[in-house]
Design a protein around this ligand. Structure first.
Ligand SMILES: N[C@@H](CC(=O)c1ccccc1NC=O)C(=O)O
Ligand SMILES: [Zn+2]
Ligand SMILES: [Zn+2]
Length: 212
């Protein structure tokens, strides 16, 4: 019986990419059927496709890249928080009951298939970021494609998260997950110097598997 719950999106050609961004593709470079000794493929995708973590450098030329991450951030107690599907933006009042150092937001996006792009997603307010900073949150995640609205150029939530030293995960898959406390393992691939990296994110129902 599987106990770890996979909350990552599958990487395949049909997964919705940010408009104009590079979608996922996997091409065959060697094939046993064609006489090669192995099957081998090459992957191409935006670093922001599917479930991933943003580095500050994504929105700030002077910000830290993926090389600056502390892995402790991505491992430990977490809470899945239900955000009402009609919420325009995530606000501090949605977070009042939470106590975990890692918060994962289950929003209206959990009702949308990952294969269809929708700009009708719930972003994160700067006030919610301040609330998380005051409550010593080190990581937040969302099932939405971004923490800022799709038409934002200011990217206020991304910048506020960077100032607060809070890492964000985007494009989680939380449709089958009940709100509550879990242990999160969401290690990003080791891609030094980048603006983001793909993450395989999983939850364990026992919230005390790992230290804070
Ligand atoms: N905020 C989203 C996506 C994003 O901002 C983005 C990704 C690829 C190409 C352009 C993007 N933003 C553009 O305005 C992210 O961080 O994944
Ligand atoms: Zn991103
Ligand atoms: Zn982002």
């Amino acid at each position: 019986m599987a106990t770890w719950i996979d909350i990552s999106q599958s990487l395949h050609a049909d997964v919705a990419a940010w408009p104009g961004d590079v979608p996922f593709s996997r091409s065959t470079t060697l094939s046993i059927r064609d006489g090669d000794s192995v099957n081998c493929s090459a992957l191409q995708m935006s670093a922001h496709l599917g479930t991933h973590a943003d580095a500050p450098y994504h929105v700030d030329d002077a910000g830290a890249t993926t090389s600056g991450w502390n892995l402790d951030t991505f491992l430990g107690p977490a809470e899945v928080v239900a955000i009402p599907p009609d919420a325009a933006i995530i606000r501090p009042e949605h977070l009042n009951e939470t106590t975990a150092p890692r918060l994962l937001f289950k929003t209206v996006s959990s009702q949308h298939p990952a294969t269809r792009w929708s700009d009708a997603f719930t972003a994160v307010s700067v006030e919610a970021v301040s609330w998380m900073q005051r409550h010593d949150v080190c990581l937040m995640g969302t099932d939405a494609p971004s923490v800022d609205p799709s038409d934002s150029t200011e990217l206020a939530a991304h910048h506020a998260l960077n100032s607060a030293n809070i890492v964000n995960l985007e494009n989680l898959r939380l449709g089958a997950v009940e709100p509550g406390r879990y242990t999160l393992v969401a290690l990003p691939l080791r891609v030094p110097g980048a603006d983001a990296a793909p993450v395989r994110a999983v939850l364990h129902p026992n919230p005390t598997m790992l230290p804070l």
